[in-house]
Design a protein around this ligand. Structure first.
Ligand SMILES: Cc1cc2nc3c(=O)[nH]c(=O)nc-3n(C[C@H](O)[C@H](O)[C@H](O)COP(=O)(O)OP(=O)(O)OC[C@H]3O[C@@H](n4cnc5c(N)ncnc54)[C@H](O)[C@@H]3O)c2cc1C
Length: 303
């Protein structure tokens, strides 16, 4: 591994300056579970890493009546340990609980998972299902981007030179909201998703009709996908296996996977439908108040 300058700014403005000073050969650092490995493998030619973890805004979890805001560098472990997040956003825990293992979760952040922009990243379908907004800072000021528009290609995203992700904002779930994330891996844990599916629903007051839904897929296209057609097909429909099967078929149609060592195109297409239908079932159970995070942890190969 080459020699690097390490900079640890104390606030957003200092981080912007440090990244500007370093130019294209500077990169932000959160937990380092992707970045350090990439540096060790010689995949990045960098001179400077800018550690964001001393910036209070990037390490904060804050809850208001409208939203939950999670600083980009907050570790999965910190999120998992926050009881109010666990209670209100159980689907988020689906992702943060299965990224790596306990040691990785002590460092790995949601911001790093998103900014690494792997098509198979386990948090991104879930962030899409939750309709998350990405807050970005850079030399031209602050801006916000819908999370489904953040990734642009494998390993690439909308961040311009000198910009970094400050926080992820989750709208407060409305009444009768439920969400879930499921992934398929060939082993029980510590592997890259062959397919991942995130889903969320808002049910009517009697909990028998889907008022709105969002479906997203990972590892089946160059970027994580929002499957708008599947969400549209759920809206206004009765909660039934037929409704879920129709949305699952639309997710399968939207998947544009490749064949590689982890799975084939037909297998990934098939899994896109299966996981979408299962994630929707769990989202509906949660909206009805009948599924816990621990039950789902077992479905995802943990617990
Ligand atoms: C053993 C092991 C198992 C793993 N298992 C999984 C898994 O099951 N699922 C999964 O999805 N991933 C997995 N990963 C990958 C990794 O742990 C996750 O992607 C993690 O969430 C990355 O977060 P981080 O804070 O460590 O990011 P870092 O490594 O610090 O950064 C990752 C990338 O994002 C950039 N970056 C970081 N923070 C910011 C910011 N605020 N603004 C702009 N750019 C930023 C960095 O420059 C870098 O390019 C695994 C990794 C290991 C080593």
């Amino acid at each position: 591994m080459q020699a690097l300058d390490y900079v640890a700014p104390n606030n957003v403005d200092e981080a912007i300056s440090a990244l500007a000073d370093g130019g294209e050969r500077a990169r932000p650092l959160s937990g380092g579970t992707d970045l350090i490995a990439q540096l060790q493998e010689g995949r990045l030619g960098l001179d400077t890493i800018v550690d964001l973890k001393r910036i209070p805004e990037l390490m904060a979890i804050s809850v208001s009546s409208d939203s939950l805001t999670i600083g980009a560098s907050v570790s999965c472990h910190t999120i998992n340990a926050n009881q109010s997040v666990r209670d209100a956003y159980p689907a988020l825990i689906d992702s943060t609980h299965l990224i790596g293992g306990t040691q990785i979760q002590g460092r790995a952040s949601l911001g790093g998972n998103l900014c690494n922009s792997s098509p198979a990243a386990d948090s991104i379908p879930n962030l899409i299902a939750h309709n998350v907004t990405c807050h970005i800072a850079g030399p031209s000021g602050r801006r916000s981007v819908a999370v489904e528009d953040f990734c642009t290609a494998p390993g690439r995203n909308v961040l311009e030179n000198g910009e970094f992700l400050v926080a992820l904002e989750f709208p407060t779930p409305p009444a009768n909201f439920g969400a879930a994330y499921l992934r398929f891996i060939p082993r029980n844990e510590m592997d890259i998703a062959v397919v991942g599916a995130g889903a969320s629903v808002v049910l009517s007051d009697d909990k028998n009709t889907i008022q709105s839904g969002r479906v997203s897929l990972g590892a089946v296209a160059p970027t994580p996908l929002l499957v708008q057609e599947a969400g549209d097909a759920l809206a206004g429909q009765p909660v039934s296996e037929e409704t879920l099967a129709r949305a699952a078929e639309l997710a399968k149609d939207a998947a544009r996977p490749i064949s590689d060592m982890r799975g084939t195109i037909p297998q990934r297409k098939h899994l896109s439908a299966i996981l979408t239908q299962r994630a929707l079932r769990i989202a509906i159970d949660r909206a009805r108040g009948t599924k816990t995070v621990d039950e789902l942890g077992r479905l995802n190969g943990h617990g």
